[in-house]
Design a protein around this ligand. Structure first.
Ligand code: ADP
Ligand code: MG
Length: 256
């Protein structure tokens, strides 16, 4: 198994609040993996640390192919990682249309003095078509349903031609049809050789959706192939007994 991203002893804190403690794990290349854990477990923080959006207190993050100087690394992360943020972390009142948001995905391949042109617009439309959102190109992003918003961010990651996709709870507030559509797209990306990793909440779909799981609760609980790692013992260690309900998994999927 090849590794796309590796963390070693990663520790992140917000002031005195420790969000991640000594996390050594990896995101396998060309697989679809889930990052799982209770609210406040540091799942979003893990993605943000990988993207360089939050400072780390200690430890290392290695993104395969992103060697060299800090500037080179930054460029690599910006161009190769498509990020779909957690929906409640986005300012949906920001006055930007669907098309313009998707066009932002092309900035990485433009020189600093270039603006997106016809080619970029055509690519953005093609990406919107892939997620069946082309009709909404002119709409303000605030005027979309949850599932539509997720699809637009996915389209932005597509035009970026990223090799790694990191998604933060893409199914939160999304109806079953859209979830199915997004899952199919993500499996298609994996089958095309991309690396896909997402923060995921619904324990009942983990075995069906994912090749690999990372169980996290500030510290790493377990990480590995779904079949051998997604065990009730590991789930209990991640959520504590109170997070589990007898006869099924907790439906407490509201991650505010
Ligand atoms: P998760 O995504 O697993 O729910 P987060 O990574 O969002 O968890 O948060 C981990 C911990 O860090 C939580 O206790 C959260 O309150 C805290 N936290 C997250 N972001 C910030 C921030 N910007 N400032 C202060 N504390 C934060
Ligand atoms: Mg989160």
């Amino acid at each position: 198994m090849e590794t796309a991203i590796k963390t070693h002893g990663l520790t992140v804190s917000y002031g005195v609040n420790m969000a991640l403690w000594n996390v050594s794990t990896q995101i396998p290349a060309q697989q679809i993996s889930a990052i799982i854990g209770p609210n406040g477990a540091g799942k979003s923080t893990l993605l943000k640390a990988i993207l360089g959006m939050v400072p780390t207190l200690s430890g290392e993050i290695e993104v395969t192919g992103a060697g060299g100087t800090a500037a080179k690394q930054h460029q690599f992360l910006a161009s190769q990682i498509g990020y779909v943020p957690q929906r409640n972390s986005v300012d949906w009142d920001f006055p930007i249309t669907v098309l313009d948001l998707v066009l932002m995905g092309t900035y990485g391949r433009l020189k600093w003095f270039q603006r997106p042109g016809e080619k970029e617009r055509a690519d953005a439309y093609a990406a919107l078509t892939e997620v069946q959102m082309q009709e909404f190109a002119g709409r303000q992003i605030g005027q979309l349903s949850g599932g539509q918003q997720q699809r637009v961010f996915l389209a932005r990651a597509f035009v970026q031609q990223a090799s790694i996709y990191l998604l933060d709870e893409p199914f939160a507030g999304v109806d079953a049809t859209t979830e199915k559509m997004i899952v199919d797209i993500l499996h298609g990306l994996r089958d095309a050789g991309k690396t896909v990793s997402l923060v995921h909440h619904d324990l009942t779909t983990v075995s069906r959706y994912f090749d690999h799981v990372i169980l996290l609760n500030k510290q790493l609980v377990a990480s590995g192939p779904t079949r051998s790692t997604f065990t009730s013992e590991h789930i209990q260690a991640t959520y504590g007994v109170h997070g589990m309900q007898i006869g099924g998994f907790s439906e407490d999927a509201t991650d505010a």
